[in-house]
Design a protein around this ligand. Structure first.
Ligand SMILES: O=P(O)(O)OC[C@@]1(O)O[C@H](CO)[C@@H](O)[C@@H]1O
Length: 309
C-alpha cells in the first residue's frame, strides 16, 4: 500500500474573475471548495488509477473535518491526527490569463501531534511506501521529517519526497526511492540549473542528485514536459496536445501519482508510466483543481517519450 503524508493539508478554494483591480469590489464566480493538500492530491490520483492508497496528516477544526470527510467520500481511507486550530484554506484565483495563488501557513502542530504520526507509521504493517508531500505547518519540529523517514526505513518501506523546502538537500542523503523536484526547486535547493536546449545540463544534474542519494528522479518542467532518471538511463517526455491552461494547481501532484501508479510495481516500464504522467498533468491544468481525469486516455496517445542517455 502506498501511503501519503500531508503535514499541511488545505481546502483549496478555486474562484474565477474577469480581472483584478485594487480598491474595488471584485465579483467572482465558479467557486469550488475541495479537500486538498499535496499528499491528498497524490492519493486521489493514485486511487483514480487503481492503486491502493491511504492518507496520513494533521487536520484541525471544521476545515479539517471537511477534508477528511471529502477524502473518505472519494473512497480513500484517512488516518487523521487531530490538532488544535483550523486547517488552512488556500485561495486560487483565476483572473483571465493570470493565476493568483494564496497559500496560508496552516494550523500549528505540537510534539504530541508529531508523536501520533510516528506511532501511526510504526503501526501500519502494510506500508510499502510513504509519499511525503508539501510544506510543514507552523511549529513543526526541525527533525520531524527525518524522524518520519527513519521510522519508514526501520520497517523496510521506501519513501518518496516531494517537498520544496531546503531540508531536501539534507534528506536526499536518506536515499529516497524517488524525488520530484521542478526546475525552480532544483536551482533554489541544489543550485543546479537545467536547460532543454542543452540536455547535458540535465545529465549532469541527474548524476549529482543520484550522487547525493536519490535512487530515482522525476524532474518536472511544467508545460515543457519532464525528465526521469533511474541512475542508469534518462528519458524525456512531453504531451504534445495543445491544452488551454486554466490552473496549474494540483498538476504536479497528479503527475507524480500517475507515474507512481504504474512505475512503483513495475520499474522497468518507465515509458508507459511517463505517458500516463504527462497525459495526466496536461488534463489537470485544464481544470480548476484536480478535475476528473476524463481526457487522460485520449492524451496518452499524444505523449512523446525518448531516451536521452
Ligand atoms: O503549501 P504546500 O503544502 O506546498 O502546497 C499546498 C497546495 O498549494 O499544494 C497543492 C497543489 O500542489 C494544493 O492542493 C495545496 O493547497
Amino acid at each position: 500500500m502506498i501511503y501519503t503524508l500531508t503535514a499541511n493539508p488545505a481546502i483549496d478554494y478555486n474562484i474565477t474573475c474577469d480581472g483584478l483591480e485594487p480598491n474595488c469590489v471584485t465579483r467572482t464566480r465558479d467557486a469550488v471548495y475541495s479537500p486538498n493538500g499535496k499528499g491528498l492530491n497524490v492519493s486521489f490520483a493514485l486511487h483514480h488509477f487503481g492503486k491502493d492508497t491511504a492518507i496520513l496528516g494533521f487536520f484541525a477544526g471544521f476545515s479539517g473535518r471537511f477534508i477528511v470527510e471529502g477524502a473518505e467520500a472519494k473512497g480513500v481511507d484517512v488516518h487523521p491526527v487531530w490538532t488544535d486550530g483550523i486547517t488552512r484554506v488556500n485561495v486560487f484565483l483565476n483572473a483571465q490569463d493570470r493565476e493568483f495563488n494564496m497559500v496560508n501557513a496552516g494550523a500549528a502542530v505540537n510534539p504530541a501531534n508529531e508523536q501520533e504520526i510516528y506511532d501511526l507509521i510504526d503501526s501500519l504493517e502494510d506500508m510499502e511506501c510513504l509519499v511525503i508531500s508539501g510544506s510543514l505547518p507552523p511549529h513543526t519540529s526541525e527533525d520531524f521529517l527525518s524522524q518520519v523517514i527513519s521510522r519508514v526505513k526501520a520497517r523496510g518501506a521506501e519513501f518518496v519526497l516531494d517537498i520544496s523546502s531546503p531540508q531536501l538537500s539534507d534528506l536526499i542523503a536518506e536515499e529516497p526511492l524517488l524525488i520530484k523536484p521542478n526546475d525552480d526547486e532544483l536551482l533554489d535547493i541544489f543550485g543546479l540549473e537545467v536547460s532543454l536546449e542543452d540536455e547535458q545540463t540535465v545529465v549532469d544534474a541527474m548524476a549529482e542528485l543520484h550522487k547525493k542519494g536519490a535512487k530515482n528522479v522525476l524532474l518536472t518542467l511544467g508545460g515543457k514536459g519532464a525528465y526521469f532518471s533511474n541512475g542508469k538511463h534518462i528519458w524525456y517526455a512531453r504531451c504534445t496536445v495543445p491544452v488551454k491552461v486554466l490552473s496549474t494547481v494540483c498538476a504536479g501532484d497528479s503527475t507524480l501519482a500517475a507515474f507512481l501508479s504504474m512505475w512503483h510495481d513495475d520499474p522497468e516500464h518507465v515509458e508507459d508510466a511517463l505517458r500516463l504522467a504527462m497525459a495526466t498533468g496536461a488534463n489537470v491544468v485544464e481544470c480548476a483543481g484536480q478535475g476528473d481525469f476524463a481526457k487522460v486516455d485520449e492524451y496518452r496517445q499524444h505523449v512523446e517519450v525518448r531516451a536521452i542517455a
